[in-house]
Ligand binder design. Structure first.
Ligand code: HEC
Length: 210
């Protein structure tokens, strides 16, 4: 007996059901989000990324920040994320609607970065921290990312975005440490991460449970 047609129909149905489950259903559930627009101010949330922040997300990916940092805040009943101050509410799918790739991460060797732009908005702090994490944050095990910076001879005035390097890593007199294009983009990305610092109807602010 020739069972070929039955076999082919079986294979087809297997692929069809997985396509419906893994592609079509998620597309209708979360593929068509729109930003939330304030009727009075016309501001929209989540805020879209600037072009430089978008480039920074590529630097974030290529330097493996995801191996130690997550970008997802859990609700209070599922963990201590809110109590640790990592956000004002849990993150939801709409918070990631502008991300080409969402860097959720699974490892938390370092703190969650979903909301780091609200928690630490200083560009200078981020440069300093990427250059010398152990000096800025004593006892840190984060590796320094010095290759994202350049040592340059000071010609005339020091650069405005020269890193305020602290001992013992200061360059010799007459030189300064300046961020490369990659470091600038990365820090713009970091300070734009403010997920969970704006309200969304599907995720109201929560009070952290201890
Ligand atoms: C080997 C693990 C590891 C890697 C890789 C790593 N980090 Fe970290 N990071 C940490 C740890 C641990 C801390 C907490 C101590 C500190 O502040 O330095 C931290 C802290 C931070 C903070 C401050 C967070 C806060 O809440 O104050 C930022 C911002 C940060 N990292 C950004 C980055 C970026 C950007 C990258 C990639 C370029 C990166 N990290 C890669 C481990 C890591």
């Amino acid at each position: 007996m020739n069972r070929m047609p039955l076999l082919l129909i079986g294979i087809f149905l297997t692929f069809l059901t997985s396509w419906i489950g893994l592609v079509a259903t998620p597309y209708f559930q979360i593929g068509q989000y729109k930003p939330e627009v304030d009727e009075i101010t016309k501001d929209s949330v989540p805020p879209p990324f600037s072009g430089q922040a978008d480039q920074g997300s590529v630097v974030y990916a290529s330097n493996g920040c995801i191996y130690c940092h997550s970008q997802q805040v859990r609700p209070s009943e599922a963990g201590a994320d809110l109590a640790r101050g990592w956000g004002a509410r849990r993150t939801v799918a709409r918070d990631y609607m502008y991300d080409k790739v969402a860097y959720f991460g699974t490892m938390r060797t370092g703190p969650d970065l979903s909301n780091i732009g609200a928690r630490q908005p200083s560009v200078d702090w981020h440069y300093q921290h990427l250059y010398q994490p152990q000096v800025v944050s004593p006892g840190s095990i984060m590796p320094p990312f010095r290759f994202l910076f350049e040592k340059r001879r000071i010609l005339g005035q020091p650069a405005i975005d020269a890193v305020k390097v602290l001992p013992p890593d200061q360059p010799e007199p007459g030189y300064e440490i300046v961020p490369t294009q990659d470091a600038r983009a990365l820090v713009q990305y970091l300070i734009s991460l403010k997920r969970s610092s704006y309200p969304l109807p599907e995720a109201p602010e929560e009070t952290p449970s201890k």
